[in-house]
Design a protein around this ligand. Sequence first.
Ligand SMILES: Nc1nc2c([nH]c(=O)n2[C@@H]2O[C@H](COP(=O)(O)OP(=O)(O)OP(=O)(O)O)[C@@H](O)[C@H]2O)c(=O)[nH]1
Length: 135
Amino acid sequence: MPTRPHLQVSCALIEQDGRVLAAQRGPTMSLPLKWEFPGGKIHAGETPQDCLRRELMEELGVQIAVGKALPSVWHDYPGFRVTLYPFICLLTAGTPVLHEHAAVRWLWPHELAQLDWADADWPVLDAYLAERGSG
Ligand SMILES: Nc1nc2c([nH]c(=O)n2[C@@H]2O[C@H](COP(=O)(O)OP(=O)(O)OP(=O)(O)O)[C@@H](O)[C@H]2O)c(=O)[nH]1
């Protein structure tokens, strides 16, 4: 049986003035138009935090300070497995510019569950809301 890819992915819950940045995947990306926390695959030799700083600059043109790690989660999608390494981050410079995503939104924690999240992100969202006392 062929082994399915297992992706190691960092993602950022970027806070600014109490709101959190959510990003909608583009129509031609995998999981099209699902909402996610921006980030991407961890490259060889890169820490999850290095990955986030690189991806956020590439994808949205912003600088971030990477803070507390939330528990990692894994999820089986049809065809691949992903392990997500989520971090609470602060926006330190720039305004998001859409290089790959279809949209971004700054939402209050209690609004986040209204979006159509990628399946792997629901436990991340739960952990974040528990951390911030909004669960
Ligand atoms: N960035 C990110 N990816 C997520 C999240 N949740 C989730 O299931 N994923 C999945 O993790 C994988 C990350 O791939 P990606 O396409 O964002 O990564 P990348 O920028 O390094 O890709 P590329 O440079 O190969 O195009 C995708 O399959 C994506 O669907 C999330 O919250 N953030």
